[in-house]
Design a protein around this ligand. Structure first.
Ligand SMILES: C[S@@+](CC[C@H](N)C(=O)[O-])C[C@H]1O[C@@H](n2cnc3c(N)ncnc32)[C@H](O)[C@@H]1O
Length: 288
C-alpha cells in the first residue's frame, strides 16, 4: 500500500457553499482521506458536528485520528444505507463521488489500468463481486451492455467478445491489454481501456444506483436553509444529480443554487489534474 495523498477537489467552493452555520450538523458521505472533512471541522464551533462515512476500509483507518475530536464521528457504510442512520436534521451534506487518488494508485485494489494488480475494483472489498467475478458471471451480451452503458464505449461488443475469449481475466494489466488489442491501431486520445475500466467500476460498486437512491433521501434530511453539495466526475453521474435536483425543485421546497454546475478554476485544473472533470451542483432547502 502506498502513501499517496488525495488533494480535495474544489475545496474553497465546497466550503463557501456548504457551511451555513458554524454550530450546525453536517454529513460527509464520501470521507476518502478526509480533505473536505478536516477543512469543515476546522470551521465548526461549539455545538457544531460532523458525521462522516465511507465504504472503503482505508477511509475508516484515515478517519481514526480525527475521532479524538468530540465534534467528529465516523461510520463505515455506503452512502445509500448511511442516510437512514443519521438521526439529525442536517445543515449540509457533501458527496464527492468516485475514487480517491490512494484507491486508484494502489495496484492491489485493481482500479487502475496503469498498474498491474488483481482485477478487484470493490470500494468495500468485503461486499459483492470483484470485477473478475463479475466478468465471469455475466454473458458476453450483458458485459457488452455494461461497457456500453456505463463506459459509453462504442467498441463495447468487440471488447466484450475479446474479454470472454481470453477468460479467465483476473489481472488489470491483462484487461488493459485486451482493450488495447481490441482497438484499431491509431492514435488514441485516451487509453483504450479507460472506458471499460470506468464501466466495470460503476457496475461492481453499483455507483449509479447508490447515487440515484441517496439524493432525495439526503435532501429530505436538510433543515430549512440547509445545503446539499455533490461533486461528480463523469457525465453519467452528473446527469443523475442534475435530474434528481430538478425533481426536488419541481416537487417544491428546494431551490437550485447552481443553475449550471461549478467547475474547478484553471489554476486548480493545472495544479491537480484529477480535478479536471469535476462538476459541482448545489441545492438548498427553502425556509418555510
Ligand atoms: C473522491 S473520494 C473523496 C475524497 C474526499 N472528499 C477527500 O477530500 O479526501 C471518494 C470516496 O467516496 C467513497 N465512495 C464512493 N462511492 C461511495 C458510496 N456509494 N458509499 C460510500 N462511499 C463511497 C470512496 O470509497 C472514496 O473514498
Amino acid at each position: 500500500m502506498g502513501d499517496w495523498v488525495h488533494v480535495p477537489v474544489m475545496l474553497e467552493e465546497v466550503m463557501s457553499h456548504l457551511l451555513n452555520d458554524r454550530e450546525g450538523t453536517y454529513w460527509d458521505g464520501t470521507f476518502g482521506r478526509g480533505g473536505h472533512s478536516m477543512a469543515l471541522l476546522s470551521q465548526l464551533m461549539g455545538l457544531g458536528k460532523l458525521v462522516a462515512s465511507d465504504r472503503d476500509p482505508l477511509a475508516q483507518a484515515a478517519a481514526e485520528p480525527l475521532l479524538e475530536n468530540p465534534q467528529f464521528s465516523f461510520e463505515p457504510c455506503d452512502f445509500a444505507n448511511m442516510v437512514a442512520k443519521i438521526p439529525y436534521q442536517l445543515n449540509g451534506f457533501l458527496l464527492d463521488l468516485g475514487v480517491s487518488t490512494p484507491q486508484l494508485r494502489d495496484a492491489t485494489r485493481g482500479f487502475s489500468f496503469q498498474e498491474d494488480g488483481p482485477l478487484d475494483m470493490r470500494m468495500d472489498p468485503t461486499q459483492g463481486m470483484s470485477a473478475a467475478e463479475l466478468i465471469d458471471a455475466t454473458s458476453e451480451r450483458e458485459l457488452a451492455d455494461i461497457i456500453y452503458q456505463y463506459g459509453e464505449e462504442r467498441l463495447s461488443r468487440r471488447i466484450a467478445k475479446a474479454i470472454k475469449e481470453n477468460r479467465p481475466v483476473t489481472r488489470t494489466a491483462q484487461l488493459a491489454d485486451i482493450c488495447r488489442m481490441a482497438y484499431p491501431r491509431r492514435h488514441h486520445r485516451i487509453h483504450p481501456a479507460t472506458r471499460t475500466f470506468q464501466a466495470l467500476r460503476i457496475a461492481v460498486n453499483r455507483e449509479l444506483d447508490q447515487l440515484a437512491d441517496v439524493i432525495p433521501r439526503a435532501a429530505a434530511k436538510l433543515k430549512p436553509g440547509g445545503r446539499g453539495v455533490i461533486i461528480s466526475f463523469h457525465s453519467l453521474e452528473d446527469r443523475i444529480v442534475k435530474r434528481a435536483y430538478k425533481a426536488l425543485v419541481a416537487a417544491g421546497g428546494f431551490r437550485l443554487i447552481t443553475k449550471k454546475p461549478l467547475i474547478p478554476s484553471e489554476e486548480e485544473a493545472q495544479r491537480n489534474p484529477a480535478a479536471r472533470s469535476a462538476k459541482m451542483r448545489v441545492i438548498e432547502r427553502e425556509e418555510s
